[in-house]
Design a protein. Sequence first.
Lengths: 241, 396
Amino acid sequence: MAIDDGRSFEHPLYHYWENSPGGGIGLTTLDRLLMHSARHSLWFFPMATSCCAIEFMTAAASRVDLDQAGTIIRPTPRHCDVMVVAGTITVKMAPRVKKLWDQMPEPKWAIAMGSCAICGDFYRDIYSVVPGVDVIIPVDVYIPGCPPNADQVMVALQRLQEKIKLQLEGKFVERDLRPGTMIYPKIGTHGDARQSAEVAQAQLDGARGLGVGGKEHRVPRPAAVQAPPEADATSDSGEQS
Amino acid sequence: MNLRQRDRINPHLDLDTVDAAADLMALNMGPQHPSTHGVLRIKLFLDGEVIIKAVPYPGYLHRGVEKLCERLTCVQLTPIFDKHDYVAPMTNEQALNIALERMLGVEVPRRARYMRTILAELQRLASHLLWLGTFTLDIGGTIGGGASLMMYTFREREPILDVFEMLTGARFHYNTHQVGGNRHDIPDGWAAAVKTCMDQLAARMPEYEEQCVTNSVFLMRTKGIGVIETPLALELGLTGPNLRASGVDLDLRRDAPFHAYDEIKVNVAVSNGCDTHARFEVRIAEMYESIRIVRELIDNVPEGPICSLKPVRTVNQIKLPEGKQMYTAIETPRGELGTWLIGGGAEKGACPYRLKIRPPSLHAMAALPYALVGHTVSDVVAVLGSLDPIMGEVDR
Ligand code: SF4
């Protein structure tokens, strides 16, 4: 039983346990325990880049105090369950975000905090900004605002806990969508007529095409999946030295 | 080899000349590092644990703001300016609006100038409180006791943000200034709220200061670390607390008064220490001074209008003269925030033709290659924290 969709708690060992005599009862109890602990000890990884990060720090500090919900903010991806993207993600930063997301162990969730992380805010048509972090990582909960108030982080955490509970109970959870006002009719132009579709596409390719980050995108790919040369030129932004 | 005994550190050091056979280790710090105050990458070349060369790479938060400014009208610019220095949005708005006012020759009513002064000083307090919290967090670490002071300073920062929220309706990005004055008048009970908040802070500040200066670990980690000598500081264009900690008595609040600073006395804190501890001392002294200024002004806000132009109705209502250019600078919590403005852009002159921002943080970052050399890796966060750069302002 392989972990395929990244949303599954099933471990290969479960299979053997389930088939052993009396294993089912133990497994149910264990599942309940896991369900409880997964919801109430979500560790946050702060992908904190700009202004929203300050508000996220405020949420972690005295007044809102995220710790009361069992969260701990750890600056390393390997310890964390939830990535909070707080702030503008630029094309230069996007590969790093992707890489850090890939380094987080399963199961993992993502929260997009602030309109920059949701859609790029008023920077979305600038050449260097990724129009929403959900073009590179899957986002579970959106917190709209510029910046959202600190207590909204707590609200988002509760929403995430609810989702996790439903997921673990095996119920169907509908995907959260970008908040209504921020959906653009056509992502290619990001709602700005002054920007050509090519620039917009290059912006998206720059964010997406760099793969897992770092310098990997410079390594020649196998011929079968090699991108056409002009697409290479557009995706070659971001990294230096 | 003691690199600090030369008269000047070479930031462009050719590593082959140091020791061609040495096993220098290249260590990338950031861009995702909790202590780099945003997204900054510093490439460190290490001999053991001693830094031989440090190269900062900014640009991970480049949002193309100056380009954006060229196609937004002057009225639309204020909320964009909030987001540069996101720890002190109030002073950023003021920098833009003062630039526009001086260019258009608009007078600001006395009441608005007093309000702006109070807001600027409150913002300086909020910004320095956040700096104090994160700086001690960097030095002490979460487990090492640094987090306790951070919790206290964030608690003190909240009443100040509440006061801003009372006035403007926003905790963070206020958009409360406009050309010719302010947008929101002082509500009932605001002065009392400000006074309560200042009394609380004034009573607790000595405690926080004492937590740092009586801590021998704090002193060991700050004294003599990250020295920026006076000539170097002047050459690099450091401003604000960083420059004053290098022994230069320069403060635009006193030397080129804006707002209502010409009507009050500003005591400028200067230290000759040039090191991380001196920068700490200067900022702490500035906080006491800000509390004093706010308390002095809050009872004396004159009556009258708060804006000399009509309130904002349309985005095109302010037009800049074609071809006129001007540089204006004000003192923000981080230093001299300059705005170079050329009028006569798009939308029949309602947009600036060019708007160049001179951020104090960028110049503070330029000091890193000099200040870090010869220290150990653990001192990087201390020096960086003491320079207090905000990456939103560096990369823009
Ligand atoms: S949404 Fe607003 S507050 Fe948040 S990072 Fe973007 S500009 Fe800053």
